[in-house]
Design a protein around this ligand. Structure first.
Ligand code: MN
Length: 194
């Protein structure tokens, strides 16, 4: 039985980047629905007692879609924090981003390009491969880098439900604004502890 994660911030804390209204729908309605659906689908099956990560890798069809969406949204919501000026990566992750992409500006440009060129619904990810090397990938619908043997570090949701209320069709503007509310301490923790 899975439950809705608790947000580590108030529902108006990410404004003006993400409105209270968008967060209310995204977290309170969309994510809650994925949780409710998955609980119904796994009841009395071999997946009932498995951790979410395993279901998201092993399951197919509706079970994969709902488990993947919960996993993705949990990682997404837990990596956000109130907006900060000059928000930028920290520690060993900052060093790895500079070593891989040249500098944070280049990294942001490459990540945003992956987000704007992903056709339809999906997620853009920063992950680490088995050697710790950073990679950016696009995943459609409920896709997750775990299925490719990668360790997810940071993600941006590019489903329309994320940006339509606040940015209408301007996906690129939403992605650019999101950098203000990324909790780099949390991403660094995922990178160094994984
Ligand atoms: Mn979403």
């Amino acid at each position: 039985m899975f439950t809705l994660i608790q947000l580590p911030y108030a529902q108006d804390a990410l404004q003006p980047v993400i409105s209270k209204e968008t967060l209310g729908f995204h977290y309170g309605k969309h994510l809650q629905t994925y949780v409710d659906n998955l609980n119904k689908l796994i009841a009395d099956t071999e997946f009932e007692s498995l951790p979410l990560e395993e279901i998201a890798v092993k399951a197919q069809g509706g079970m994969f879609n709902n488990a993947g969406q919960i996993l993705n949204h949990n990682l997404y919501f837990m990596q956000l924090a109130p907006a900060k000026e000059n928000n930028a990566p920290v520690g060993r992750l900052a060093e790895a981003i500079d070593a891989t992409y040249g500098n944070f500006g280049n990294f942001k440009a490459e990540f945003e390009k992956a987000g704007t060129t992903l056709f339809g619904s999906g997620w853009v990810w920063l992950s680490a491969d088995k050697d710790g090397k950073l990679v950016i990938t696009q995943e459609t619908n409920a896709g997750n880098p775990l299925t490719k043997g990668l360790r997810p570090l940071m993600t941006m949701d590019v489903w329309e439900h994320v940006y339509y209320l606040d940015y209408q069709n301007r996906r690129a503007a939403h992605l650019q604004a999101l950098w203000q509310i990324i909790n780099w301490e949390e991403i660094e923790r995922r990178y160094t502890e994984g």
